[in-house]
Design a protein around this ligand. Structure first.
Ligand code: MRU
Length: 337
């Protein structure tokens, strides 16, 4: 793959001082790039899922503060902007991690603030490539990988976490096939994972969310690989709603369940996953698909956007610092240093 073709969904235009986001609400039918110049616009893009995926919203947050600094925001305005962006979504810890890291630069020249945002972006891409290199050898030759949501290039600076492992396995000739859950109700699997894998020539078949168990029972899946939005100190993993169910199914069918995440996704301040804030999105997003009502008018609906998979169901967590195995508490502490 040439550099020109590498998919990077969050960019910064240094000449125009604009944050450029590939609008993920419109994929796969339209490839539209947004040009944003305020923290409010960036927070809105994060809230409305124009940019989504834990590492990608961290990078977008960093550039949201950088663009304000470059356009002359005072330290006081930058602190307000930081608080605004940090509140945009609650579950992915990468968002507050990036805002905290950027906030330490407030008061420095705008060029230094932008350089910090570029560093966050570059480090995330490097982390994803390392996760891929460390994770691919875990897959069996001829792997048939099930994934959920989109933990790919679109969810990161580039390359992806779960899909970073998939990409590296494909490059190494170890991958036979990817099965992508469609991931109701925002369809990250159908619209985004299927799109980016097809774009890169990686064989993918789309499933609706209820099909995984049947395919596992028939021996059609060799392992599950997913991303994460926040990992507690004991290894409990928050990820897109539906992930926990896949982990239970994988355990029942004796299949490995791998989690891929950069170090910025770990939250050592939470002893277990019980403390992870789970985003509840509007029920409107469940009862309507692309604006069209698919349930009776007025029926109550729920949309917890994430769930927590207990560490005991996770075979290994692949990070850029190494591959962690149970007991995760000591393994995480050992790499934290
Ligand atoms: O609501 P989303 O699309 O932001 O949820 C994204 C996920 O759950 C991803 O699996 C997770 O952020 C990992 S991204 C590398």
């Amino acid at each position: 793959m040439t550099e020109r073709e590498v998919l990077r969904p969050v960019l910064y235009d240094d000449g125009r001082d604009e944050v450029r986001l590939l609008d993920q609400r419109l994929l796969p039918s339209e490839e539209t790039w947004l040009a944003l110049v305020t923290a409010e616009e960036v927070a809105d893009a994060i809230r409305t899922l124009a940019v989504r995926g834990a590492p990608a919203i961290g990078v977008a947050a960093a550039y949201g503060l950088a663009v304000e600094a470059r356009r002359g925001a005072s330290p006081e305005r930058l602190r307000e902007a930081a608080a605004l962006i940090a509140r945009a979504r609650p579950t992915a810890v990468n968002l507050e991690w990036a805002v905290r890291r950027m906030s330490r630069r407030i008061g420095e020249p705008a060029a230094a603030i932008l350089a910090e945002a570029h560093a966050i972006r570059d480090e995330d891409e490097a982390a994803c490539r390392r996760i891929g290199a460390l994770g691919a050898p875990l897959l069996p030759p001829g792997a048939r990988v099930l994934t959920h949501c989109n933990a790919g290039a679109l969810a990161t600076a580039a390359y992806g976490t779960a899909l970073g492992i998939v990409r590296a396995a494909h490059e190494a000739g170890r991958l036979e096939h990817v099965f992508a859950d469609e991931t109701r109700p925002f369809f990250q699997g159908a619209r985004l994972t299927a799109w980016e894998l097809q774009r890169d020539g990686i064989p993918v078949t789309l499933l609706t969310d209820g099909m995984a168990g049947w395919l596992m029972q028939r021996g059609e899946i060799s392992c599950v690989v997913v991303g994460a939005d926040r990992i507690a100190a004991n290894g409990d993993v928050a990820n897109k709603i539906g992930t926990y169910g896949l982990a239970v199914l994988a355990r029942h069918h004796d299949l490995p369940f791998y989690v891929a995440a950069p170090w910025s996704t770990f939250d050592p301040s939470l002893s277990t996953g019980a403390g992870i804030p789970i985003e509840e999105r509007p029920s409107e997003e469940v009862v309507r698909i692309f604006g069209r009502l698919v349930a009776p008018e007025g029926v109550p609906a729920r949309y917890p956007a994430f769930d927590v998979t207990p560490a005991g169901l996770v075979t290994a967590i692949v990070t850029e610092r190494g591959v962690l195995r149970a007991p995760y508490g000591p393994a995480i502490r050992a790499l934290a240093g």
